[in-house]
Design a binder for this molecule. Structure first.
Ligand SMILES: [Zn+2]
Length: 268
């Protein structure tokens, strides 16, 4: 079995159908990731509806958890209204863990697209680190072309107990810095791309008790589906590929990465 630790299926037209087909492909649990207030509300609602269905006896669905967060692309709102919305959702949902809320994010810095000014991205990131700490939730980090500032912010602020770099794209040196901080690293279908030798080096370097896998669906489908729409059902393709890079049997790696996912998100 597998856990897809990062997907966005809650914003799709028929997310339950996508979830069912994931279970058919050995995906036992999904973590649905919010990127703004609306998609965070959708993630909360979707995880809750799956929990209700399973509670009522459904056996054709994987378990679902969710995070709420503001992506750096959307961090430019004046007066931080986006972050205030996430803080409000956290206050409503975190203390009781209702709706399987397990994390804050994805949040961080994206200097590649730079859809939002850097200062706004940094302020939103710091505010969300503080939320994760306050509610003891896992911090889910998105960072692109911004390693120095990301590490500077992480070193300069009190951190929550559990930190995850999602869709890790750094090399071995960056992986080493992240692991030294105690963070988990999650690898997506990008690891299967032809030009991704640096990412493969990072995979080889990362201990399996800190290594997670994800699809980031609907984006970043692994080879042989590269360029097509991605789904959580493909997370096993990433898992088998990573198992092979680590020189482990699929069973050994699947057990290890599921245990790491439970640790990283403190799943119950
Ligand atoms: Zn994502």
């Amino acid at each position: 079995m597998w856990i897809d630790t990062h997907c966005h299926i809650h914003t799709e037209e028929d997310p339950l159908e996508v979830a069912r087909s994931a279970l058919n492909s050995q995906v036992e649990a999904l973590i649905c990731i919010g990127t703004d207030v609306v998609s965070s509300q959708q993630a909360l609602g979707f995880a809750a509806s799956i929990q209700t269905a399973i509670g009522a006896g459904a056996t054709d669905l994987p378990r679902a958890y969710c995070t709420i967060g503001l992506h750096p692309h959307d961090a430019s709102n004046e007066k931080m209204t986006g972050v205030e919305g996430i803080a409000h959702l956290a206050a409503l949902n975190a203390p009781s863990r209702y709706g399987n809320l397990v994390g804050i994010g994805e949040c961080g810095l994206d200097y590649y697209y730079e859809h939002s000014p850097r200062e706004a991205q940094q302020a939103a990131f710091i505010a969300q680190i503080e939320l994760a700490l306050r509610y003891d939730l896992t911090l889910v980090i998105h960072t692109r072309d911004a390693w120095d500032d990301t590490f500077a912010i992480l070193r300069g602020n009190p951190l929550p107990r559990r930190v995850l770099f999602h869709c890790f794209t750094g090399d071995k040196t960056v992986a080493s810095k992240a692991l030294d901080m105690g963070a988990f690293l999650s690898f997506s279908g990008m690891v299967t791309f032809k030009n991704a030798e640096e990412i493969r080096e990072a995979v080889r370097f990362t201990p399996i008790d800190r290594l997670l896998i994800e699809t980031d669906s609907p984006y970043l489908a692994p080879v042989p589906y590269r360029g097509k729409r991605n789904v959580p059902a493909y997370v096993g393709i990433v898992g088998e590929y990573v198992a092979n890079l680590k020189g482990l049997s699929i069973g050994e790696f699947s057990d290890a990465t599921i245990t790491a996912a439970y640790e990283c998100f403190s799943l119950k």
